[in-house]
Design a protein around this ligand. Structure first.
Ligand SMILES: *[C@@H]1O[C@H](CO)[C@@H](O)[C@H](O)[C@H]1NC(C)=O
Ligand SMILES: *[C@@H]1O[C@H](CO)[C@@H](O)[C@H](O)[C@H]1NC(C)=O
Ligand SMILES: *[C@@H]1O[C@H](CO)[C@@H](O)[C@H](O)[C@H]1NC(C)=O
Length: 327
């Protein structure tokens, strides 16, 4: 009897240990990955991608669920040159795609639209170029799209508003041109965080944006002009607003602040008027209004006197602490 139990435990264990084979690398995915390795001329970065081993357990930058590749991550090797291979579209269960800090050129291939479950896209710090392709909008599950530090040109895509789950669009330091699209007055789903610093964007902000409640919007280092007051509002939940280093020109005394505003940088613009008293009621962590055309007494209280005088410097006639100039 005891032997029988032992034997059945032995066979059960044998059965269970044979199970992972159904969870090991799917042969189609493995073949796709080997083609990608070949496409990049077998770079050192992928030396662990050995056809004799299980891609799910032994290959760097690969993770699987039930034998299907769900995460692909290649990063930080500038000896990897070339375009993003078309084969990337042949990993049908992919959730996370990272190809960052390499020397990738060209644009994002159309085959990416085959990745219907893709959620996170990280393509920062490459040399990708051309306009941001419209077919990206077919990827309805994407929440995070990071193309920052590349050479993308052309406009901010109006179709971003059609990506229902987008939470963050990050496109710092590219060469995008033109205005914020009018379509940004309404999003079919989430209102994403927008990080667009250091591009070549310009023009007036559409008035329709006054209805939009961004949690974070960073427009630093562009050529936007005119009114920026539509980003403010007493009912907004904005935490981070960075309009610095543009040509915004509006009356700050007239704006209302949402209670969650914590990171506010308006430096290097043409903003005029006085500082609203309400600023003393905010839990500000960062505040910079230097290099504008502001005037009058800096309200006393809250966090305002905790900032350095250079964060108020170079205005038309601001006075009071923390500036040395008395009113
Ligand atoms: C990759 O880019 C870096 C910096 O941009 C450059 O110095 C390097 O030569 C490039 N590597 C190759 C293999 O082209
Ligand atoms: C981003 O662009 C700004 C303005 O052109 C430049 O000063 C900065 O060095 C860039 N950052 C990087 C990391 O290239
Ligand atoms: C505020 O802007 C000034 C002028 O550009 C700069 O010197 C200072 O470092 C900025 N402060 C912060 C906290 O970014």
């Amino acid at each position: 009897m005891k032997l029988l139990i032992r034997l059945s435990i032995f066979f059960a264990a044998l059965f269970i240990s044979s199970l992972p084979s159904s969870y090991s690398c799917n042969p189609k995915d493995k073949n796709t990955l080997l083609q990608i390795k070949k496409h990049f001329n077998n770079p050192k970065l992928l030396s662990s991608w050995d056809p004799q081993t299980d891609c799910c357990t032994s290959w760097t930058g690969i993770e699987c669920t039930n034998g299907r590749v769900t995460l692909f991550s290649m990063a930080s090797d500038d000896s990897v040159v070339g375009q993003i291979p078309d084969q990337i579209g042949d990993l049908p269960e992919l959730r996370t795609l990272e190809m960052s800090s390499m020397n990738l050129t060209g644009n994002i291939p159309r085959t990416i639209t085959k990745l219907k479950h893709l959620v996170l896209i990280f393509l920062s710090w490459n040399k990708l170029s051309g306009p941001i392709p419209e077919y990206i909008s077919e990827l309805k599950s994407v929440t995070f799209l990071d193309i920052s530090f590349n050479k993308f040109t052309g406009p901010i895509p109006g179709w971003l508003t059609q990506m229902p789950n987008l939470q963050t669009f990050q496109a710092d330091n590219n060469s995008l041109t033109g205005p914020i699209p009018n379509s940004f007055g309404s999003f079919v789903g989430n209102v994403p965080n927008l990080f667009l610093p250091y591009n070549k964007l310009s023009g007036k902000i559409p008035e329709s944006l006054s209805k939009i409640d961004f949690q974070a919007i960073v427009l630093k280092g562009n050529g936007f002009t005119g009114d920026g007051s539509m980003f403010f509002g007493g009912n907004k939940r904005t935490v981070q607003l960075d309009l610095s280093r543009n040509l915004f020109e509006f009356d700050l005394s007239k704006v209302k602040f949402g209670k969650s505003m914590a990171l506010l940088d308006l430096s290097h613009n043409r903003i005029f008027g006085t500082l609203p008293r309400e600023l003393t009621e905010l839990r500000l962590e960062r505040f910079n209004i230097s290099y504008n055309r502001l005037c009058g007494k800096i309200p006393r209280g809250g966090q305002l006197q905790t900032f350095k005088s250079y964060e108020f410097a170079e205005n038309r006639c601001l006075c009071g602490s923390p500036l040395k100039k008395a009113c």
